[in-house]
Write a protein that binds this ligand. Structure first.
Ligand code: ATP
Ligand code: MG
Ligand code: MG
Length: 142
């Protein structure tokens, strides 16, 4: 029985499937805690070593996307007895692994891929790095 599950959520379809899988793992009436975690990383200031100034529209789009992600996290966590929505700031893989360690998470559930557009590899960089850098069991949902 898991006591504390972390569902990593970025608003993508695989992350949505991972979130549903995590909710399904919580037995009815069991005291399992579910932390739905989104890590917000800073907008790019450099691309390939070259300084860039993203247009305001890009920041607005990012803000709206993050707001939609938070709404879904709050909805999912709010429906559970021991659910919480957690927004972290920093590198997603690092933040997810650090949170899992600090709060004694015993299962991380995440999608194989996320919002990234490149589809050549089975894993995205975040799922890849989390699996490599945590000692917590990871359930990867396709
Ligand atoms: P890349 O980001 O490398 O371009 P990708 O977006 O396809 O590739 P990942 O970002 O690795 O793939 O996403 C895999 C899973 O990691 C997602 O389904 C989600 O569970 C989790 N994840 C990704 N980004 C975040 C984030 N910022 N916060 C929380 N979880 C995330
Ligand atoms: Mg991604
Ligand atoms: Mg990425």
């Amino acid at each position: 029985l898991y006591r504390h599950i972390l569902a990593a959520y970025d608003g993508s379809e695989p992350a949505e499937r991972a979130l549903r899988q995590a909710i399904g793992l919580i037995g009815e009436g069991a005291g399992t805690k579910l932390s739905v975690v989104h890590a917000v990383s800073a907008a790019p200031r450099q691309v390939g070593g070259v300084a860039v100034a993203p247009p305001d529209a890009y920041f607005k789009w990012l803000e709206e996307r993050n707001a939609a992600i938070e709404r879904r996290m709050n909805e999912a966590a709010g429906a559970l007895a021991f659910g919480e929505a957690v927004v972290l700031h920093g590198d997603p893989a690092h933040e997810i692994a650090a949170y899992a360690r600090e709060y004694r998470v015993d299962l991380i559930v995440m999608g194989s891929r996320g919002l990234g557009k490149i589809r050549e590899m089975m894993f995205g960089s975040v799922s890849h790095h989390v699996v490599c850098h945590t000692s917590v069991p990871v359930l990867i949902v396709k």
